[in-house]
Design a protein around this ligand. Structure first.
Ligand code: PLP
Length: 406
């Protein structure tokens, strides 16, 4: 049974004070806190079992390699990928999407070819495509969200033309919380012969994800939002897309043989993992995924749905708070402004004085902010360890902001 108070005991940082107040950590969309098992695993990996992977024949290297490689299978299970060979380990979503841009898209695109993006993408799923626009003359086609913050999958599919080579969309907006129907997008895009990259940075934290059912060609995840270490992550790549990719970075581990005049590559996925990887970070990510799967993704989703209903109700009671995004599929992310002169940074500073950590700014999503016509927002984003009592602390702190700034 899901017991939020018991879960909180696993995250010692949640017991600390900030500015003399108990910490209320609502910045999970930026990065989540780590359970003790992850911190312990990192300590053990460095204190007792550290060596480089894939290289040495000695005991420590074997232990490190076994633990590191074991994470590939865990990620495959977490995402329901067909095989661990579909999983390329990396430092996070930003690296994953940049890899697809360099290794898959760039070699098969030319001037005038198109990439379809939604307006609510994070910069990590925009800038790598701007690189191709600048270098190759590729055209970015934008699909807007509606007034509620919903992305119509049919509008995305309709935007696919004869020159479209890729659709790249988020599974869950880091600003609006909208969960996108990526399965319908994949089916429609595939019917037109176009692959789909899905940014799973936010979605995988909050709900069970099945990349096989979705039919994604590429699905990027980032470890630090999944209660794991920063600098860890992975990208799922469907088998046929994997064979189409050219190596991205060159170096150790990704080769089979190098001579003065030739080079042959390792098999995928190693072919796309050059150099010494984030060994301990990846081991920590594996433990974090075990932790999430033990708690149960369904249970986490149900708890957060309750939390969202409660937060929604309380925020709706404040008619001077403007929550961005009213999608029926909205998950545990609330971006908002408040009436009056208060800037998001000022609101966030007042909340911090009350121990409440939120993010303020443009959330690495400037095209969306521009589309919504807002300069900056505050964002309260929930994780599995947040409680309705913490929502109440947020609301009290917002009322103080209103008194101060209205
Ligand atoms: N995509 C989305 C939707 C995000 O929210 C983030 C992080 O905030 C990223 C991509 C980038 O993730 P990372 O910085 O971990 O690579």
């Amino acid at each position: 049974m899901f017991d939020v108070l018991k879960i909180r005991e696993d995250f010692s940082i949640l017991g600390r004070q900030v500015n003399g107040k108990p910490l209320v950590y609502l910045d999970n969309g930026a990065s989540a806190q780590k359970p003790q098992v992850v911190i312990d695993a990192i300590n053990t990996a460095y204190a007792e079992e550290y060596a480089n992977v894939h290289r040495g024949l000695h005991l420590l290297s074997s232990i490190a390699t076994e633990k590191y490689e074991g994470v590939r299978a865990k990620i495959a299970r977490f995402l329901n990928a067909a095989s661990e060979d579909n999983i390329i380990l990396n430092s996070g979503t930003t690296e994953g999407i940049n890899m697809v841009s360099y290794a898959w898209a760039a070699p098969r695109m030319q001037a005038g070819d198109e990439i379809v993006l939604s307006i609510m993408e994070h910069h990590a799923n925009i800038v790598p495509w701007h690189f191709l626009r600048e270098r190759l003359g590729v055209v970015i086609k934008w699909v807007d969200v509606d007034a509620k913050g919903d992305l119509d999958p049919e509008a995305v599919i309709a935007a696919i033309g004869p020159k479209t080579k890729l659709v790249a969309v988020t599974h869950m907006s880091n600003v609006l919380g909208t969960v996108v129907d990526v399965k319908t997008i994949c089916a429609g895009a595939h019917a037109k012969g176009v692959p789909v990259l899905v940014d799973g940075s936010q979605s995988t934290v909050h709900m069970p994800v099945d990349v096989t059912d979705i039919g994604a060609d590429f699905y990027a995840i980032t470890g630090h939002k999944l209660y794991g270490p920063s600098g860890s992550g992975a990208i799922y790549v469907a088998a046929d897309r994997m064979t189409e990719m050219r190596p991205f970075m060159g170096g150790g581990d990704m080769i089979r043989e190098v001579t003065r005049d030739t080079v042959t590559y390792n098999d995928a996925p190693m072919k796309f993992e050059a150099g010494t990887p984030g060994i301990v970070q990846t081991i920590g990510l594996g433990v974090a995924l075990d932790y999430m799967m033990d708690v149960g993704m369904g249970a986490i989703a149900a708890h957060e749905a309750d939390l969202c209903r409660y937060a929604r109700g309380r925020l709706d009671g404040l008619n001077w708070v403007n929550v961005q995004g009213q999608s029926a599929t909205k998950g545990a992310i609330f971006s908002f402004t408040i009436d009056g002169a208060a800037h998001a940074h000022d609101i966030s500073t007042v909340l911090d004085k009350k121990g409440v950590a939120v993010r303020a700014g443009t959330h690495c999503a400037m095209p969306l902010m521009d589309h919504m016509g807002v300069g900056a927002t505050c964002r309260a984003s929930f994780g599995m360890y947040n409680t309705t009592d913490e929502v109440d602390v947020l609301i009290d702190a917002l009322e103080l902001c209103h008194d101060l700034f209205a």
